[in-house]
Design a binder for this molecule. Structure first.
Ligand code: PLP
Length: 432
């Protein structure tokens, strides 16, 4: 049996997959990757418009990052978080180089969900309050509190849920607030948030936890004024603002952090994915000077064996340096503004099945509808055809509900984007 068939057979026999009915899986056997492409065991190549799970910002198999991991493995492949390790300090420095003003320290985790868990715990200890307000249509991870903070369609039973409150965030295309302009949507969403905090009792609310740009929920770019309004509400009630940049951070939106687009000042920022493009699992919490000061003479009741793992740290240092030297974030901004954004807008104008296209940088969603007037989302059957049509044309995309998420690596080239637009054009023609 060839390697591709063996890979699928072993997977079907022994691997338990997340978010799936195990019997329904038809996995693609991925053998390798480079830049914005991956290939299977027969050498068939795919343009990775998904960046896997929207994490391969620097592209697949970047030689400097691979070498840094190999070199670190040969010197100090593991070390207790209790010790100082040069590579950990350097990784924290690399993250802080691009963090907003007023941020002091980095707490490292194994991924995005536990970054949010620890941010929530820091906020609770710092404020002495319990509740966390997050939005419907958000994804914050799949561990104890992170999955309860999550407000998308996944409803996961969780016996440890406490103090979680959801509000509607802005979504002009499907407004919950009967708003007719993005500005109105922002104002009404901020007002709704404030009313919920008042109703819950501000003295009980520790944090507002938001994805700066909700990703899995549909690349919901916040309308003008929304984040500034949220910051004002947080300040008025002494609530911490935690921005989840796990998906949006490290170049995806054409800025180092998505929050840079709006100049909003967070108290805590969570990150993972793009920080090292997922070459080694890692995440973290960037902590403001004010919150860090709380823990100068007070124990933070939390920690992980692999917090600041040397292989992950070496990959962060190398990935951030490579992104700086190669202008990766600028590339994402330029491609989004000049090629991908205008190209998707053209497809939206030409194809009646496209309800809306929205995004920035290399972070886009194409929302498919059965009827533009009613905005009725297309169903699973249509999305199955989209998946097959894109695969046949050598494209991997990230499909969620009725949306095609077009989220290639930040290093994607103009020629690759043109190929993707051609494939999307053909697939949308079939759906119209
Ligand atoms: N936060 C956001 C915004 C995410 O998109 C994700 C994962 O997709 C997470 C948190 C959870 O990250 P992880 O899967 O690394 O735990």
């Amino acid at each position: 049996m060839d390697e591709g068939a063996t890979s699928v057979e072993l997977d079907r026999a022994h691997v338990f997959h997340s978010w799936s009915a195990q019997g329904s899986l038809t996995p693609l056997a991925v053998a390798g990757g480079r830049g914005s492409e991956v290939w299977d065991h027969d050498g068939r190549r795919y343009l990775d418009l998904s960046s896997q799970l929207v994490n391969v910002n620097i592209g697949h198999c970047h030689p400097a990052v691979v070498a840094a991991i190999q070199e670190q493995a040969a010197v100090l492949p593991t070390v207790s978080p209790a010790h100082a390790a040069l590579v950990r300090g350097r990784a924290a420095q690399a993250v802080l180089r691009h963090a907003p003003p007023g941020m002091a320290k980095v707490f490292f985790t194994n991924g995005g969900a536990d970054a949010n868990e620890n941010a929530i715990r820091m906020a609770r200890v710092h404020t002495g309050r319990d509740k966390v307000v997050s939005t419907y249509r958000s994804y914050h991870g799949n561990t104890g509190a992170a999955v309860v903070a999550t407000g998308d369609w996944r409803r996961v039973p969780n016996e440890y849920a406490r103090g979680h409150v959801h509000v509607f965030g802005p979504y002009p295309y499907r407004s919950e607030f009967w708003a007719s302009t993005p500005q109105e949507e922002a104002e009404r969403a901020v007002h709704h948030l404030e009313r919920v905090i008042q109703a819950e009792g501000p003295e009980s609310v520790a944090a507002i936890l938001l994805e700066t740009v909700p990703g899995t929920a549909g690349v919901l770019v916040p309308p003008p004024g929304y984040l500034a309004g949220v910051r004002e509400v947080a300040d008025r009630y002494g609530v911490l603002l935690v921005l989840d940049e796990v998906m949006a951070g490290f170049g995806r939106t054409g800025a180092w952090f998505a929050l840079d687009h709006w100049g909003v000042r967070p108290d805590l920022v969570t990150f993972a994915k793009g920080v090292n493009s997922g070459y080694v699992p890692v995440g973290g919490v960037i902590v403001s000077e004010e919150v860090a000061a709380t823990f100068e003479d007070r124990v933070f009741p939390g920690g992980l064996t692999y917090s600041g793992h040397p292989l992950a740290m070496a990959s962060i240092v190398a990935a951030v340096e490579a992104m700086e030297q190669e202008g990766v974030v600028l590339n994402a901004a330029r491609v989004g503004a000049d090629v991908l954004g205008p190209g998707l807008a053209r497809l939206a104008a030409e194809h009646p099945c496209v309800g809306e296209v929205r995004g920035l940088g290399v972070f886009w969603a194409v929302e498919l509808v059965t009827d533009r007037a009613t905005r009725e989302p297309v169903g699973a059957g249509v999305m199955g055809r989209v998946r097959t049509g894109l695969l046949e044309r050598g494209m991997l995309a990230f499909l969620v509900e009725n949306r095609i998420h077009v989220v290639p690596p930040c290093v994607v080239t103009d020629a690759e984007v043109h190929r993707a637009l051609e494939a999307l054009d053909a697939v949308l023609t079939d759906i119209d």
